[in-house]
Design a protein around this ligand. Structure first.
Ligand SMILES: [Zn+2]
Ligand SMILES: [Zn+2]
Length: 324
């Protein structure tokens, strides 16, 4: 594992084989989405697939934890690695051995719990080049400790399966301030520090591609830095909470007296997210990182309606595996 500065240019190559999806395991609706992602794309196409739209660290039946992938000219750029990200990429027909760029917004577990696992899963899927990862401290330490924790298995697989050493393939780009994160032939990535106490720093990312400009808020309250980052962007993918439903959430979680306090102080309500999108001047608002994410009484309209009071553009209520 090698730590490097930001601002690297490099060429990426995409293998052509498709991952095999265990059709029988996929609900009918989900299969329809997976099928769509196999449609051949124009070379210049920029695609966004939501891999996990749930917010918070508890696993639930309704939504995966935070993750999305932006594909530019079929090259995948993964943003956040909540639990389940590897399998969601497989469901999206993105071969894990093509994953070469990973961005982490902040180091809450619902955004990084499968970070090391995704690197590992790319490696055992045949990945051979270099993998670049970007995010705030302690990303470098997390990477090092992950590789150390799995050293026994990795050291077995290298001679036994003829795999290259994993450690030197991983290049960590750790940073604490906003600005240009990386630029290559497909995309320019810019970060802004957002407000998500007590996680400091916590980043939003903007991806400028030849086709579209996409901003992902990460976790944040409404804040000027995000609005500034998003000016002129096409799509704002933003986290959201439904404040009125938090009391029901608390009733489902034992010993979580301070959780409501944290959620309200660190996130953006469905009433405010429309105001943010309006101030950003984007064309489309995509809601994600729903808190609560496991409340079956919350309908799409209960998420869209309050946001639409302030924002006149298109609003998409995000779903796992939905392609934007
Ligand atoms: Zn989160
Ligand atoms: Zn967070």
């Amino acid at each position: 594992m090698k730590k490097e500065d930001r601002g690297i240019s490099r060429r990426q190559f995409l293998g052509s084989s498709l991952a095999v999806v265990a059709m029988g395991l996929i609900p009918k609706k989900m299969f329809a989405q997976a099928k769509d992602t196999r449609t051949p794309q124009k070379k210049s196409a920029t695609r966004v697939i939501l891999l996990g739209t749930g917010g918070g660290p508890r696993a639930n039946k309704k939504a995966n934890q935070a993750a999305l992938v932006i594909l530019v000219n079929n090259v995948p750029y993964v943003v956040d690695c909540g639990c389940g990200v590897s399998r969601q990429l497989v469901f999206s027909d993105i071969p894990l051995r093509t994953i070469k760029s990973i961005f982490i917004t902040h180091n809450h577990s619902d955004h990084n719990l499968e970070y090391g696992n995704l690197i590992y899963n790319a490696w055992v899927s045949g990945f051979k080049g270099r993998i670049d990862t970007y995010g705030p401290p302690p990303l470098e330490k997390m990477t090092k400790l992950f590789l150390e924790m799995n050293k026994y298995d990795i050291d077995i697989r290298i001679p036994d399966e003829g795999r290259p050493p994993l450690d030197p393939m991983v290049h960590v780009h750790e940073f604490t301030k906003g600005g240009l994160v990386m630029e290559d032939e497909n995309v320019k990535v810019t970060a802004a520090v957002v407000n998500h106490p007590p996680v400091v720093p916590s980043f939003a990312y903007r991806f400028d591609t030849p086709g579209r400009s996409i901003v992902f808020s990460g976790d944040t309250t409404p804040c000027d830095s995000l609005i500034k980052l998003s000016q002129g962007a096409d799509i704002l993918i933003h986290e959201v909470i439904h404040k009125q439903s938090l009391a029901r959430l608390m009733a489902r979680i034992p010993n979580a007296d301070r959780l409501v306090e944290h959620i309200v102080a660190c996130h953006t309500t469905v009433e405010d997210v429309g105001k943010v999108a309006k101030a950003c001047g984007v064309k489309k608002l995509v809601l994600t990182h729903f808190v609560p994410s496991d409340d079956l009484t919350l309908t799409d309209e209960m998420w869209r309606g309050p946001a639409a009071k302030e924002f006149n553009g298109e609003i998409v209520v995000g779903k796992d595996l939905l392609e934007i």
